[in-house]
Design a binder for this molecule. Structure first.
Ligand code: GTP
Ligand code: MG
Length: 291
């Protein structure tokens, strides 16, 4: 239980999407000079929950038992019985939020239960979709079943944008994805994570990769989520549709380093039905149910 003297909990942002969409590459990018160990990106793992600190890594099984783990042997952790792997790193982004790197949603070798059971821990999602096969039906089905409180605070990244070679293609894909996801994300950005990684200190390249505008948005989104998280002990995933999301604490007006309007042109969406939630295989209560 949180008390008045405890620091408010940090918002938890999940990185989700299809296999190989760039989730782990993005978490490396966001963590800057403290990239994840190679094993964490190369191996098929349970959700990896990253927080700020120096604590030794451990795993949490589905019954809540914890066990210290070695970063050199992450591949030995049984995926089906493991709720998540907890990693602690000292980097700026983890000062302001926790990141949870999810496995791909349609991995044929992994039950969707492996990541579905982590959803109640989540406040918001950065959803990564491959530019060359963007917003597949499998993605739309999972997203349809996501509670509104999460969707309204989430961001869509169209990754591997460098794989689209003509301006015409880039525009076509961006417009289609925007149309098909209208009202379902706070904002959408095309991005080349590889170009962003390679940009180094070159701000023009950083902006051109798409990372510049995305990170500006992310800073604002985390700011809003921090205020929400301070008001709700349970992550936003647990707020049923139709129930008001606690209003962020209104902060005193302070000069902002980054000022960029959010992409809020999206109209409110319809609530997903309980059937849709069920069709996506999500736990009861995650769809249209208000209980
Ligand atoms: N060209 C290009 N390659 C990318 C981009 N983003 C990621 N990749 C590459 O795609 C591969 C998969 O990236 P990951 O970050 O491991 O993808 P993931 O979503 O974590 O994959 P899983 O955890 O296996 O589902 C890696 O070889 C990345 O270097 C991008 O924007 N452009
Ligand atoms: Mg990964």
């Amino acid at each position: 239980m949180s008390t008045a003297t405890q620091a408010p909990r940090k918002p938890r942002i999940a990185l989700m999407g299809e296999f190989s969409a760039g989730k782990s590459t993005l978490s490396n990018l966001l963590m800057g000079s403290r990239p994840l160990p190679e094993k964490v990106t190369a191996t098929r793992l349970s959700p990896v929950w990253m927080s700020h600190g120096t604590h030794a890594p451990f795993s949490v099984d589905v019954e809540g038992n914890t066990q210290e783990v070695s970063l050199d042997h992450l591949e030995d952790i049984p995926v089906e019985e493991t709720m998540c792997i907890r990693l602690f790193l000292e980097c700026d982004i983890l000062d302001v939020c926790d990141l949870i790197d999810f496995p791909g949603i349609s991995d044929p070798n992994m039950s969707s239960e492996v990541w579905e059971r982590m959803l109640p821990e989540v406040d918001a999602v950065i959803w990564l979709t491959h530019a060359t096969q963007a917003w597949r039906q499998s993605e739309a089905a999972v997203w349809d079943a996501m509670p509104d409180a999460v969707r309204e605070n989430s961001t869509l990244l169209i990754t591997r944008f460098d794989k689209l070679t003509t301006e015409k293609d880039r525009l076509r894909v961006f417009k289609r994805v925007k149309r098909e996801t209208q009202g379902q994300f706070a904002a959408t950005f095309p991005i080349s994570l590889l170009q962003a990684l390679e940009a180094g200190e070159d701000y023009d390249l950083w902006d051109a990769s798409g990372a510049g505008p995305f990170v500006e948005h992310l800073i604002e989104a985390i700011d809003k989520l921090s205020k929400l998280a301070a008001r709700t002990e349970l992550p936003l995933y647990n707020i049923p549709n139709g129930t008001p999301v606690p209003q962020p604490v209104s902060a005193p007006v302070a000069p902002r380093r980054v000022k960029r309007p959010l992409n809020d042109d999206a109209p409110k969406r319809e609530r997903p039905t309980a059937e849709q939630a069920q069709a996506a295989g999500l736990p009861p209560g995650s769809g249209g149910s208000t209980s």
